[in-house]
Design a protein around this ligand. Structure first.
Ligand code: ADP
Ligand code: MG
Length: 728
């Protein structure tokens, strides 16, 4: 065993970067090559069908079946040219992974031969036998067949030999069983709530869009080392492992030169991403050793989220070609940074105005402040829900663990905007306020620079930060579907905008000019958000814990409890009034979340127990045997003074006995606790029980990590942190 680890490490270290063959064209030439985008639609559909499809995508007008047949025909022709043999409806169930069931295009032609077939019906709807997907009990087994329905706003794409059709996933009784359905509804809600407000500022606005730009953090581990770690293979994180002597303390990995094997992986991923129309823009080394990041150019939220899901899948396949495994887990290694997925979010109009960026003139700035303040109010009202939207068994390792996110959702504004808000509330009511812009006549009392000097005045401890033209929701976990966070945020903002519009209309009805009515409506909101949700200090400090509780912000840290925020009366009212989710759907989703939570911890607990008994204790005892042999040889040769001469061996052997005994007993207790937890039928109660077990896992880890420090390096059976983190 010891040899094995040594050999694996040696081989992993010797691996060299693989050559990547890039297409013989510039990136822009093959961007979107594997996506049925508008260019392809124009080429493969006649103009009538093209117009109908564009109308369906842009304005939601349904396609009739004969048009859908023609769309499918065009897609088929395009797909066959790319060697496609299979079709799949691609969806995003509540597992937080994507799902696909491939059907060959092959059909009998009825004349003794076969043909490739694909029609409108199979484009629009399918019924995968999806009874095994989590549904929180929405589908009893007898009506287990949910169905998938095409989302024409997400372009169809080719992956390998398969044409992938992005779809929503719904139960027969109409409940959403996925992320895409409520995401689309929440985006619609925020768009509809923002539109009438925008039109007060610019009557030409016809549509408001939500934008998402994700930054995806991840770790890479050599695949041979990965295969030697049962914990990584089965849980995505290391359940044991002493800290390496060197980890991230020198900050020498962050933004450092990208290692050549990793660079080759990134290059190939970018090529694949580019073909899939995913505009990967930024790549760099992250803070922790072997941690990296990709960020794409932001885009319409639903599409950008699909792209994130696509790239997460593609990362795994491409990494294997380079002898790596991608770890998307939020906390694969103890003691060093975990991985998040910053969700950069903003709103914009079809007239090109960014609603969360300073305007070009006074009116534009007033509009900016309006949206800015309402977002803060939404985050304030639903801070517990927003935390629930990012809570999971895996992200729980980051929550409140001195690493973004803290377990309190507050907002960071930066110096400029904090001062702007303070000045605005100080002005006497009825003052015709014009917020100065860079251009245009301005008698501004409050100035907003067109570009923020403190744009990069980053507060890494804030979960929700304003960064000049957008908010960055940093608490989202690296492995999660961005939609969870985007649904909660969009819903909260939509509700707040509706409330604001109601109040504003009352002010306008008194005959006040727009500028005064807006400010009068905003002022009480500004006062409240400054006092409550806005926080520019250290989000990790103990004082903040106390202060936040005093301010009435949610400070709960345990994921099973946090998740409850989805079904509070305020949340149910939020989602149902906007038509995003019903109470039944919310309750079912929580069941799923608790169930997933328990199952993940259950797997971790089992793996850790087995590693302790089958890997660690045998290695420790083997080494102890060597020590005992040393002691008895000493005794044989130096009967008088062996205790002194064998003192180190005796000491080490005693330590091993101590740790091994403790370990065995801790594992025994954990197994008992697990048995009790498994007997609980209520999913919430079970998750609470498993939360306690999750805490005990780190206690079990302690004797193991101590043993790693004592046991002969040759005998240790698992690749160590120094090997997992520094070989690339
Ligand atoms: P940093 O690490 O400094 O936060 P990055 O360049 O890594 O910045 O990522 C910034 C992300 O924010 C990118 O995905 C970018 O496309 C996105 N972004 C920029 N402007 C907006 C915007 N107005 N709305 C949404 N996302 C945006
Ligand atoms: Mg960022």
């Amino acid at each position: 065993m010891s040899k094995l680890r040594f050999d694996v490490v040696q081989e992993a270290f010797k691996k060299k970067a693989k050559d990547v063959t890039a297409p013989n064209e510039r990136q822009s030439a093959y961007f979107g090559e594997l996506v049925f985008n508008r260019d392809k639609m124009r080429k493969y559909l006649d103009s009538k069908v093209f117009n109908a499809l564009v109308d369906c995508i842009d304005n939601g007008h349904p396609l009739d079946l004969s048009t859908a047949d023609k769309v499918a025909g065009g897609m088929k022709e395009w797909a066959l040219e790319h060697g496609v043999t299979h079709i799949t409806h691609w969806f995003q169930p509540l597992t937080e992974l994507t799902a696909e069931k491939h059907d060959s295009m092959l059909e009998y032609d009825g004349k003794g031969g076969v043909i490739e077939a694909f029609n409108g019906k199979s484009l629009i709807q399918q019924e995968p036998d999806a009874s095994s997907f989590p549904s929180g009990g929405i589908r009893a087994t007898f009506e287990a067949r949910g169905y998938t329905a095409w989302d024409p706003t997400s372009p169809v794409f080719i992956q390998g030999d398969t044409l992938c059709i992005p779809t929503v996933f719904i139960s027969y009784t109409g409940e959403a069983l996925d992320y895409k359905t409520p995401l689309k509804k929440s985006l619609k809600a925020v768009s509809e709530a923002a539109l009438p407000i925008c039109r007060l500022f610019n009557p030409d606005v016809k549509k408001v869009y939500s934008y998402l730009g994700w930054e995806q953090e991840y770790f890479l581990v050599d695949e041979d080392l990965y295969a030697a770690r049962p914990d990584l293979m089965l849980t995505g994180r290391t359940l044991v492992g002493h800290a390496s002597s060197k980890n991230q303390q020198l900050d020498d990995h962050y933004f450092a030169a990208i290692p050549s094997r990793v660079a080759a992986f990134m290059r190939e991923l970018e090529i694949e991403g580019c073909k899939l129309g995913i505009p990967l823009k930024t790549r760099h080394n992250e803070v922790a050793p072997n941690q990296f990041e990709f960020a794409s150019i932001y885009g319409e939220c639903n599409l950008s989220n699909d792209q994130n899901q696509m790239i997460m899948n593609t990362m795994n396949t491409v990494a294997r070609k380079h002898g790596f495994v991608v770890l998307l887990h939020e906390k694969p290694f103890a003691g060093i940074n975990g991985s998040g997925k910053h969700n950069n979010w903003s709103l914009g109009t079809d007239t090109g105005t960014q609603l969360l960026a300073p305007g070009k003139d006074a009116l534009g700035n007033l509009q900016f402040v309006t949206f800015f303040v309402n977002v803060l109010a939404a985050v304030q009202r639903h801070n517990a829900l927003l935390k629930a939207s990012i809570a999971s068994a895996t992200n729980e390792h980051r929550l409140g663990a001195n690493e973004a996110p803290p377990a309190i959702v507050s907002a960071f504004l930066g110096r400029t905007m904090t001062e702007v808000l303070r000045k605005l509330v100080e002005l006497p009511s009825g003052t015709p306020i014009e917020i100065a812009g860079k251009t245009g006549a301005s008698v501004g009392l409050v100035e907003i620079p067109e570009i923020f000097l403190d744009n990069t005045d980053r507060n890494r401890t804030s979960p929700f930060a304003f960064t000049g033209n957008r908010f960055e929701f940093r608490a989202v976990g690296s492995s999660s579907n961005c939609a969870g966070a985007m649904i909660a945020l969009s819903a909260a903002v939509a509700q707040q905008l509706n409330l604001f519009k109601g109040d504003l209309d009352r002010e306008l009805a008194t005959g006040k000019p727009l500028e005064i009515a807006v400010m009068d409506t905003l002022k009480p909101i500004i006062r409240s958000v400054i006092d409550v949700v806005c926080f520019d200090g250290n989000g990790y400090s103990d004082e903040w814990q106390r202060e936040a509780a005093r301010r009435g912000l949610d400070t709960e840290r345990s994921a099973p409890e946090i998740i409850k925020a989805y079904t509070t009366p305020e949340s149910v009212e939020l989602f149902t009034s906007l038509g995003i989710m019903t109470r039944k759907e919310l309750e079912a989703r929580n069941e799923v979340k608790w169930e997933m939570y328990s199952k993940k911890i259950q797997i971790e607990a089992r793996v850790l127990g087995r590693m302790a008994i089958n890997h660690i204790i045998p290695a420790a005892l083997a080494y102890q045997n060597a020590l005992l042999k040393n002691i008895s040889l000493m005794k044989e040769n130096f009967p008088e003074s062996y205790k002194e001469k064998a003192s180190v061996a005796i000491k080490l052997s005693d330590k091993i006995s101590g740790w091994v005994t403790e370990l065995e007993s801790l594992v025994g207790n954990m197994v008992e606790a697990r048995k009790k937890a498994n007997a609980i039928t209520d999913e919430y109660e079970k998750a609470v029980a498993y939360h306690k077990i999750a805490e005990s896992l780190s206690t079990i880890r302690t004797p193991i990590d101590q043993l790693e420090e004592v046991v002969d390096n040759d005998t240790w059976p698992l690749p160590k942190y120094r090997e997992l983190l520094f070989i690339n």
